[in-house]
Design a protein around this ligand. Structure first.
Ligand code: GLY
Length: 311
């Protein structure tokens, strides 16, 4: 099977001055993952590589440079899901893990459980050979300044360059047809310590099922959770498959990847009045994306192998 890849750097009110950085971050994430997939490497390695690039880039809200919580600390959540087994690895409220997606992968592959949080998750990271960093190593100057302004005044998007969301994610299918999806985030700015958003929750911020497709979401977690957005989008893809595989006597609604993405984000707006977006690959590798924010940073590999990035 031909490999397929899509990544995102969050759906938010991306200011003009951040557009180039967001695009180049997505471009580098595609390059890191595609160098693995194009050689016949596996989709899990590829999405881990893509998400690590995005986590290391402070223009996105994941890993280094994440939004700070009310106490002035970075607290990250991440998840990865295997479409073949429906098994996930998720880690929440991490304060000392530079690349949360690495720990999510270690949980997926080496842990009897599917989700670990806080100190227990960090202890498991150490056992897995993932070195812990100091909490302040995850704090960027820009986010620290924004946090100081929010503390002196009150929390406002303006203090964060209008930067309310910038979760990252990736979905890939490799040559052997293995499908994985991943999402990583620092969550919302000035959140209460201990708050967990949609990103590490199975079906909310991320979902993968090899029979239908894989999804990674971005946006306001408290809204996304209400409609289990990633699973909702995968269910729409599954309807398409059922319609296509089972010739229907009567016409039925056939959802392409792009239609499924749009319909899921439409439901987010209609039922929750929330804002956000998602990327997906259907099980054949067709990409889809949609958002109801002013902008979303995303990129995918086109059929001819060229990289398409947009903000
Ligand atoms: N979508 C990221 C969050 O709300 O935490």
């Amino acid at each position: 099977m031909k490999p397929a890849l899509i990544v995102h750097g969050g759906a938010w009110d991306i200011p003009d001055e951040a557009v180039d950085d967001c695009k180049s971050g997505c471009q580098r994430a595609l390059a890191a993952a595609w160098s693995i997939l194009a050689k016949g490497g596996n989709a899990l390695e590829a999405i881990e590589a893509a998400v690590m690039v995005l986590e290391d880039d402070p223009v996105f809200d994941a890993g280094y440079g994440s939004h700070l919580n009310r106490d002035g600390r970075v607290e990250c959540d991440a998840m990865v899901m295997d479409g073949a087994t429906l098994r996930a690895g998720a880690a929440c409220t991490l304060q000392r893990v530079k690349n949360p997606i690495r720990l999510a992968r270690a949980i997926l592959e080496n842990c009897p459980h599917m989700m670990l949080v806080a100190e227990g998750a960090e202890r498991f990271a150490t056992e897995q050979g993932i070195a812990l960093c100091k909490p302040k190593e995850l704090v960027s100057e820009v986010e620290h300044e924004a946090w100081l302004k929010c503390r002196e005044d009150q929390h406002a998007a303006a203090h964060h360059r209008g930067h309310e969301q910038g979760t990252v994610g990736a979905v890939a299918i490799d040559q052997s047809g293995k499908l994985f999806a991943a999402t990583s985030t620092g969550g919302t700015c000035c959140k209460l310590p201990g708050r967990v958003g949609d990103s590490p929750l199975i079906g909310c911020g991320c979902y993968a099922d090899s029979e239908a497709g894989g999804v990674s979401c971005t946006g306001y977690g408290e809204a996304i959770m209400k409609i289990v957005l990633a699973k909702t989008a995968v269910d729409l893809l599954r309807q398409a498959r059922i319609c296509v595989d089972t010739p229907a006597a009567e016409p039925c609604g056939v959802f392409s990847g792009q239609l499924a993405a749009r319909e899921a984000v439409h439901l987010l707006a209609k039922r929750t009045h929330g804002t956000g977006g998602l990327i997906l690959l259907d099980c054949h590798g067709n990409p889809g994306f949609a958002f109801n924010t002013p902008r979303m940073a995303y990129g995918y590999v086109a059929l001819d192998g060229s990289f398409v990035t947009a903000v």
